[in-house]
Design a protein around this ligand. Structure first.
Ligand code: TAP
Length: 454
């Protein structure tokens, strides 16, 4: 059976050898999920809630183990990896409250009564990228299970370790066999088969816009339900009237979190012209202070990139002669290291400014006034995230409403909370995850008319 060697991105040493699932084995997993479905949808709401809470408790008991796997297999700093495992626990707990609240409506109509039911959509195929293997798994998994659907998850080929372990923990917590399966393997084999298989009724895909477009076309053939979270090129808009010290001090987190391999990365910083130079003066020491190094150390803030291939791709955005204003540090030797890099001044047609780099490279550009800032922020096919820094509350709201993006933060860079909706405008995605309405994407509304006329 073909296998993939998971390498530690910080050392380039092998961590595990993982067998790759074939298309035939994917079909067998779909058959197991289909077989598990009738019993799972019949589990009483209170019991399903209890199972999800038990699952969350088992994950909680294994946070350290899961974090260590993500440090070794994905190069995430351990503090971040602990948060990620804790996020899976929290999302399971949040959606464990959902089954008991999945009630329909009663609608009086002439001659009778309509009642609605939220029926589970069926087998869900969950296709996960390599940048946040645990949280993105949890965001699809928890509401899908809460709604009564079996789930087959396909982690990215490079980062399957935590998903495989979480599937074992689900069984330990008492989830029935076949309700949650994880298939390690290639997107072109397992992912494609989940998209094409008629018994998979819904795809949740997080990944690149390029692959997302193909998946959308594949789902269209069967009118298959689809949620997509895709790429981003988000703007951090800094107005002259803001707390400039705070905006500059926090901008590294917004751009370099997870080594910039973050769909929400604010990889464009738009700064009002009159404070442009001052912003760069404040930003430079903040970038140089980012602790880049051994992901296993609790003090590390930024680890390596995921692979040598990906590092070469990131580096291609900073060719010789690129307008590098300043850089942070990165270790020498083994590991896929790349230093935090700030480009300024940048031409507006520079690919580092227009394309998703997905690495620790940020472009800083000036703008003149509010209308100019909004026009620049919106001049991209993406619309996932962004930040606005200003002390003028009216402007904060005007700009937040005008920027075409799904998630914005004012005087902050935090844009993801499991109890608020998350998703993209334009080519950044389709549909919303998280928040109180997430089960809508995993259920179908059934309307039943009951005649009352004699
Ligand atoms: P992709 O190359 O698009 O891969 C994402 C997932 O899709 C992987 O599991 C991949 O499997 C699978 N896949 C590849 N080809 C497929 C196919 N033909 N059919 C079905 N599945 C297929 O993205 P990536 O490089 O892993 O992740 C980076 C991208 O994800 C960035 O653009 C980033 O912005 C985006 N992202 C978005 C969000 C949100 S929430 N909007 C969050 C995180 C990441 P293999 O890896 O095995 O090929």
């Amino acid at each position: 059976m073909p296998a993939f060697t998971v390498l530690n991105p910080a050392t380039e040493e092998p961590v595990a050898e993982i067998a790759l699932t074939s298309a035939e084995a994917t079909d067998a997993a779909v058959a197991r999920a289909v077989a598990a479905q009738p019993a799972w949808r019949k589990v009483a709401p209170g019991e399903r809630a209890a199972l999800l809470r038990a699952f969350a408790d088992v994950v909680d008991a294994h946070v350290e183990e899961l974090a260590a796997l993500e440090v070794a297999g994905s190069g995430h700093p351990v503090g971040q990896a602990r948060w990620e495992a804790g996020n899976v626990r929290d999302v399971l707990r949040y959606y464990s409250a959902a089954p008991e609240r999945l009630s329909g409506k009663q609608i009086p109509v002439p001659g009778g009564l309509d009642v609605t039911f939220q029926e589970p959509v069926g087998v869900v195929g969950l296709i996960v990228p390599w940048n946040f293997p645990m949280p993105i798994l949890g965001w699809g998994l928890a509401p899908a299970l809460a709604a009564g659907n079996p789930v087959i998850a396909k982690p990215a080929e490079r980062t399957p370790l935590t998903a495989l372990r979480i599937a074992e923990l689900a069984l330990e917590a008492g989830l029935p066999e076949g309700v949650f399966q994880v298939l390690a393997g290639k997107g072109s084999v397992v992912g494609q088969r989940l998209v094409d298989h008629p018994d998979v009724r819904k795809i949740v895909f997080t990944g690149s816009s390029e692959v997302g477009r193909d998946i959308m076309a594949g789902c269209a053939r069967q009118v298959k339900r689809l949620t997509m979270e895709l790429g981003g090129k988000s703007a951090n808009i800094v107005f002259a009237d803001c707390d400039l010290e705070r905006a500059a001090a926090t901008a590294p987190v917004a751009a370099f979190d997870n080594a910039g391999q973050d769909c929400c990365a604010r990889s464009r910083i738009l700064v009002q012209r009159e404070v442009f130079d001052r912003f760069l003066e404040l930003f430079e020491p903040a970038v140089k202070a980012v602790a880049v190094g051994d992901p296993a150390s609790p003090d590390t803030e930024m680890g390596p990139l995921i692979s040598a291939e990906h590092r070469a791709r990131v580096a291609s955005y900073v060719p010789p002669g690129a307008p590098v204003a300043f850089r942070g540090s990165a270790p020498d030797g083994a590991g896929y290291w790349y230093p935090p890099t700030v480009l300024a001044p940048v031409r507006l047609d520079d690919p580092a400014y227009t394309e998703e780099v997905f690495g620790p490279v940020v472009a800083v550009v000036p703008f003149d006034d509010e209308a100019h800032a909004v026009a620049m922020a919106n001049d991209t096919p993406y619309g996932l995230s962004g930040s606005v820094w200003t002390r003028d509350v009216g402007r904060a709201i005007r700009v937040a409403r005008a920027v075409e993006t799904g998630n914005l933060s004012v005087n902050s860079h935090a844009s993801v909370r499991y109890w608020t909706p998350f998703g993209g405008f334009k080519q950044s995605g389709l549909g919303r995850e998280l928040g109180p309405d997430a089960l809508d994407a995993f259920t179908e509304t059934k309307n039943v008319f009951i005649a009352t006329e004699e």
